[in-house]
Design a protein around this ligand. Structure first.
Ligand SMILES: Cc1cc2nc3c(=O)[nH]c(=O)nc-3n(C[C@H](O)[C@H](O)[C@H](O)COP(=O)(O)OP(=O)(O)OC[C@H]3O[C@@H](n4cnc5c(N)ncnc54)[C@H](O)[C@@H]3O)c2cc1C
Length: 501
């Protein structure tokens, strides 16, 4: 008889865990609080428009990246058109001076040298790194924790040409690297690329290498369609998903996980339990803080949490397809604005004209974002529903005013709009402080804990998966950690881990 694995959450991690469980002959039953798959990897309909709430770039959208193989196993990329942007970030100051982080490293090099000929050295250094790491194949087939001594040596040998560079760029943050530019404009705007200036340069170089390789595109159809493809794969493999079922507790007997208790009081028995839900919530609520991994606890106390944000989206009766083809556009406003209790002078937006499935012809979906790390402010504001609503309306008004300056007539052409706050992320996916990634991989964190534990001390038959276990997160983290976890389970049961496509 097949052993039964109960999986909490049907985000990318939960869905992937279910797929790999089925591929390896386990019964897989998912319990998801919401009514649809994907967790944070989602989009939603508003009138004639589809607002996307997640993917800007998908690691492994193309065959050049090893993650492509995982997405194939999960049925997510077959027959899916991917869109590769020309530009990653386009950042303009108040005078219109513009830095473009081109996806193609050669173009990027030419552009940066035009902007700042005196910075030839760091520009060439950066672009050479991007080109070099375009050939780097991240070792993702086997869980790093399971590599034998000989496999570790082989890995070191195979990656020896990258070691010196890795040593350098894991130990310097994006912001620190930017200080190498003589040009003050580059020094100011370069750290804004990817919106994680404290992250080690490693993260940026790897992302740029994927974009250079055309392996970091956008799945046409949007994030929910991408998640639904994995849901379909799971159902075809014989997995079961129970929507609208919030898990309250993980049941434990003799320090072994043996099932879950739902919010409605129903108990579900299982041989093994995997949680793909928020790590903090899993450990401190579903398990009452009885089994705490000290490394996780330390990260919650001292790790730099990826911020949350306010997202303001529009469906507008305007054709903006002639605008620059970039993932994210940032411009400096004439004067700073206040979002929540934080001031910002930079305006960030994404134009989804490139995906014809998201809006009717001649119309556009536009999403603007303001990063916030003041979760406590939003949490207390949310307690007063009228004040919370008023703040969201105020932010909507000032966003429209900025867009009106950029696109005259914009305000009158808006057909739908919505505003998400850090509390939306908290309420929707239960995530710690509304974070939609996890910890930023600072040089300090890169040094200290490269492997994040997917088990809890003294608790058997239980595993953790999802973005918190592979910082800084993202959908590849969900797929990869679940694939790793199924390898641990197979090892425990003395089975050979297998995958199918
Ligand atoms: C605006 C935005 C942009 C992003 N851009 C990108 C990008 O470009 N590329 C990229 O790779 N990633 C991006 N991400 C990040 C990515 O979406 C997440 O890191 C990833 O989807 C996390 O997947 P997960 O399965 O680990 O967690 P989640 O998606 O959080 O899934 C957890 C699931 O568990 C469920 N759950 C929680 N508690 C319970 C409970 N008690 N009972 C039952 N179910 C429960 C939740 O409802 C949820 O469905 C972005 C996210 C956002 C919000």
């Amino acid at each position: 008889m097949e052993k039964k694995i109960v999986i909490i959450g049907a985000g990318i991690a939960g869905l992937s865990a279910g797929c790999y469980a089925r591929m390896n002959g386990y019964e897989a039953e998912l319990y998801e609080a919401h009514s649809s798959p994907g967790g944070l990897c989602t989009s939603w309909k508003k009138g004639e428009f589809t607002i996307d709430g997640c993917l800007h770039w998908l690691t492994g959208s193309g065959e050049a990246d090893p993650f492509y193989q995982l997405w194939k196993e999960l049925g997510a990329v077959q027959n899916r058109r991917m869109y590769d942007h020309e530009e990653f970030y386009r950042i303009a100051d108040a005078d219109g001076k513009t830095f473009i982080m081109y996806c193609d490293a050669d173009k990027l090099e030419r552009h940066m040298k035009e902007l700042s000929p005196d910075d030839k050295e760091p520009i060439e250094f950066l672009c050479n790194l991007i080109r070099k790491f375009a050939g780097f194949k991240a070792p993702i087939d086997k869980a790093l924790e399971l590599l034998s001594f000989a496999e570790n040596i082989k890995l070191l040998w195979n990656t020896k040409q990258y070691m010196r560079d890795l040593y350098f760029f894991c130990r310097i943050s994006i912001e620190e690297f930017a200080q190498r530019f003589k040009d003050p404009f580059l020094r100011e705007v370069f750290p804004m690329v990817i919106d994680m200036k404290e992250m080690s340069l490693f993260g940026l170089v790897l992302t740029m290498s994927q974009l250079h390789n055309k392996a970091g595109g956008f799945p046409i159809g949007g994030s929910l369609e991408f998640s639904k493809a994995i849901e379909t794969r799971l159902l075809n493999l014989g997995g079961k998903i129970n929507y609208g079922k919030r898990v309250e507790k993980i049941l434990v007997k003799d320090n072994k996980a043996c099932g879950i208790r739902l919010e409605n009081g129903e108990d579900i028995a299982a041989d093994y339990v995997i949680s793909g839900a928020d790590l903090h919530h899993t450990v401190y609520n579903m398990l009452d803080g009885k089994y705490v991994e000290p490394k996780h606890e330390k990260l919650f106390q001292t790790g730099l949490l990826y911020h949350s944000m306010v997202q303001i989206s529009f469906g507008v009766n305007m054709d903006l397809s002639h605008e620059p083809d970039c993932v994210t556009e940032v411009f400096k406003m004439e004067s700073p604005i206040t979002i929540g209790n934080q001031q910002t002078e930079w305006f960030t937006m994404s134009n989804y004209s490139f995906d014809p499935t998201l809006a009717p012809e001649g119309k556009t979906v536009l999403a603007c974002a303001f990063a916030t790390d003041d979760f406590e402010y939003w949490e207390s504001l949310y307690a007063d529903k009228a004040a919370y609503k008023a703040e969201k309306e105020r932010i909507l008004r000032i966003t429209i005013a900025e867009l009106e300056k950029k696109y005259p007539g914009f305000a009158d052409k808006i057909e739908v709009s919505d505003v998400l706050s850090p509390m939306t992320y908290k309420r929707y996916a239960n995530n710690y402080k509304g974070s939609y990634m996890s910890w930023i991989m600072t040089p300090e964190l890169m040094k200290n804990s490269r492997i994040f534990k997917k088990t809890l001390p003294k608790l058997d038959n239980f595993w953790l998966t999802g973005m918190w276990l592979m910082p800084p997160g993202g959908v590849p983290a969900g797929a990869r950690t679940s694939r790793d976890v199924m390898q641990f389970i197979c090892k425990q049961d003395k089975k050979k881990f297998v995958t199918t496509e």
